[in-house]
Design a protein around this ligand. Structure first.
Ligand SMILES: [Cu+2]
Length: 146
């Protein structure tokens, strides 16, 4: 009887722990973002201020990454000679590191009210030796947190 009760208590505790974890995950709303050459396409261009889980899918055929920085105009971001954004001169909120085609990566970002630019900052060397900046090719978008 006593052993059974302990097993029962352990089971209840387990279920409660699972429910807590599930609830914590559910509390950060998701924003799906699709990455292809050379576009960043979010499911919507607004989120509630606070924590957002960005779920990025690499639907392209090369590696991509996703930076989240403060700002409302991609064209106004400071760039380097190769066309990529100068990460040291912008207000970086966070980054999903580069990942392979077909994969999905997610990360929680804490966004206070305001505008944010989402972009890929990979610079690729082409076969002919030229450098190709994904940002320069148009891999960016703007979202609003309110
Ligand atoms: Cu890219």
């Amino acid at each position: 009887m006593r052993v059974r009760f302990k097993v029962f208590v352990a089971l209840v505790a387990g279920v409660m722990a699972f429910a807590t974890v599930a609830a914590a995950g559910a509390s950060a709303p998701k924003l799906k973002v699709r990455l292809i050459e050379y576009k960043v396409t979010p499911a919507r261009d607004f989120v509630a201020a606070g924590k957002t889980t960005v779920v990025a899918k690499n639907a392209g055929s090369t590696e991509h990454e996703l930076y989240v920085v403060r700002g409302d105009d991609p064209a106004a971001l400071p760039t380097k000679a190769d066309g990529s954004v100068d990460e040291k001169q912008v207000d970086v909120i966070g980054e999903i590191h580069k990942f392979k085609p077909g994969k999905t990566e997610s990360k929680v970002f804490k966004l206070s009210p305001g505008s944010y630019i989402l972009f890929c900052n990979i610079v690729q060397k082409e076969k002919d030796g030229t450098l190709e900046s994904h940002f320069k090719e148009g891999m960016h978008t703007t979202i609003e947190a309110s």
